[in-house]
Design a protein around this ligand. Sequence first.
Ligand code: WTA
Length: 698
Amino acid sequence: NNNDIRTINHLRHVDSMATMPSGAGKIPRLNAVILGEALATEENDLVFPTDEFSQQAHVPSPQKYLEMYKRSIEDPAGFWSEIASQFYWKQKWDDSVYSENLDVSKGRVNIEWFKGGITNICYNCLDKNVEAGLGDKIALYWEGNDTGFDDSLTYSQLLHKVCQLANYLKDMGVQKGDAVVIYLPMLLELPITMLACARIGAVHSVVFAGFSAESLSQRIIDCKPKVVITCNAVKRGPKIIHLKDIVDAALVESAKTGVPIDTCLVYENQLAMKRDITKWQDGRDIWWQDVIPKYPTECAVEWVDAEDPLFLLYTSGSTGKPKGVLHTTGGYMVYTATTFKYAFDYKPSDVYWCTADCGWITGHSYVTYGPLLNGASCIVFEGAPNYPDSGRCWDIVDKYKVTIFYTAPTLVRSLMRDGDEYVTRYSRKSLRILGSVGEPINPSAWRWFYNVVGDSRCPISDTWWQTETGGFMITPLPGAWPQKPGSATFPFFGVKPVIVDEKGVEIEGECSGYLCVKGSWPGAFRTLYGDYERYETTYFKPFTGYYFTGDGCSRDKDGYHWLTGRVDDVINVSGHRIGTAEVESALVSHPKCAEAAVVGIEHEVKGQAIYAFVTLVEGEPYSEELRKSLILSVRKQIGAFAAPERIHWAPGLPKTRSGKIMRRILRKIASGQLDELGDTSTLADPNVVEQLISLSNC
Ligand code: WTA
């Protein structure tokens, strides 16, 4: 059998594997016996890359991976400085490639990479590629919401557009270190704006254009941008969304809080709406098309230190206030480019499509920076993946001959539900690699993705990482490892994942526990903007000496990693992180809500969905209308993607005598596991549980 032959080939590589360096974390410890056994059992059925694929891959075998991984762990400075040397540095970094202290008890947590090195990421994305002869290569393809509308920019054209905007921003007084908030949909202007900021050393903060006015204003108030950039409207599927109205409302709010915005640059998205019906504030609002084309297409680069900030991206945590994750320039640049190259086995002939929006970290690292740093041709898709029908993705794959397709499990599951016919009607023969991100991919979705979308031919890179990590942390290297459906497999170069128990003790071998990372890696975030203390408390205090990811993880007997989801109060809905506290505070702000508790429940397509227990103010009757208005309150304060799936009326919430809500019990009630409620005798009022159960179907 074919699989056996491949196994033997792999075994030859693996057999020669020496013991791994100590302190390297739980390193792949595949060996002949284990691999042989693994093949025999159903739950471990390994999926091998084809020989043809492996032979052409950057990392063609487990042995090669291990060699490189070992080097990256034993000599991180040497490993990363060799890679970093391939970028353009105006001035090389100081001798020490990195320095780190992750142990709070030993003073301030501090991570620095390539400190003293002077560079610019926009220069490395654009000028460097143009100089290398890629000027006429397509950098970005744009595919509109409606079929038949598209556009593209070569590397030279993109550079010109970026320079024009950069010149304008400088004219508006934006200087190195100033923040710029970007509230744009997936138009070419979104990556253009990110790059223009980077070019002049400004710090961009992209706010996903599905966030509400309140969320947007909260972020504006936190980072106090010099300029806000948006567009008048966008079409999403058949609907038109008036983004400028949302921005107007946010700016009223921020001005009230003492953060007035003097400049709001508005792109006229003519395919969605003409400019004449846009509400306008003279003096503050400016049409992009009226000013930007007049600026010169060249703009000198602002050279920055590797440790100067590149961007801020807000993400949810376990308290109500979103965290401003801060990434710096040099390490992030080196890390996103390198992870992109290896995890997707990138080759210059590839056409790459990542379906993520630039409003999330995936769009930062793997729509904009990672691909452009590699000189890739990358697709920016404005629309919805099931519009006009569920075949849209494969239509786009065939149209552009996409070779690498990177998406989220929630999309895979929803397309899987719509049936194979939407997929098989398209050729998809250009595809060679598939990718998954955002949440654990369940084995059945993995198999459908592999067998139906990829015709059992394309390896899947299931990339585990976070806003905070900047780039991939645990990911298959598609030519190297046999895969197990649902496992993110092994750490990327330089990453030392460890699994710890409740006390923070590292556990070896086959185990489950909390996922932490030992040491730093170049793409790590450096702080939470304006809240260094929260940075330490959230990430470095839970387990001394480690970065705590907030995720649970198990490691199987072959050393493969299986992510099991968040272990903190964060819910992952369709790959979007939502803090339970944020949703609770939105609910409680409703005048008729006295108290709320939110938990996550399993959802067939979204992975998890939001389930809210709501206690109304005294005497208020339950009604369908009230349910709707509570949900609306969340949509308005956070965004539609955070709307609760269910509102469960709760006369009271289960609390301990000290007043702490027992979410464990709520989770069981929400998922209908009533025989697993556990001990309820410690509750202040045990009757609450009975009442809640009796209201389950209301
Ligand atoms: C989850 C998205 C399992 C995880 C890049 C993490 C995943 C959170 C995976 C970060 C994956 C992301 N397998 N879980 N391949 N990728 N996650 O910051 O819980 O939006 O902590 O970054 O998503 O979400 P974030």
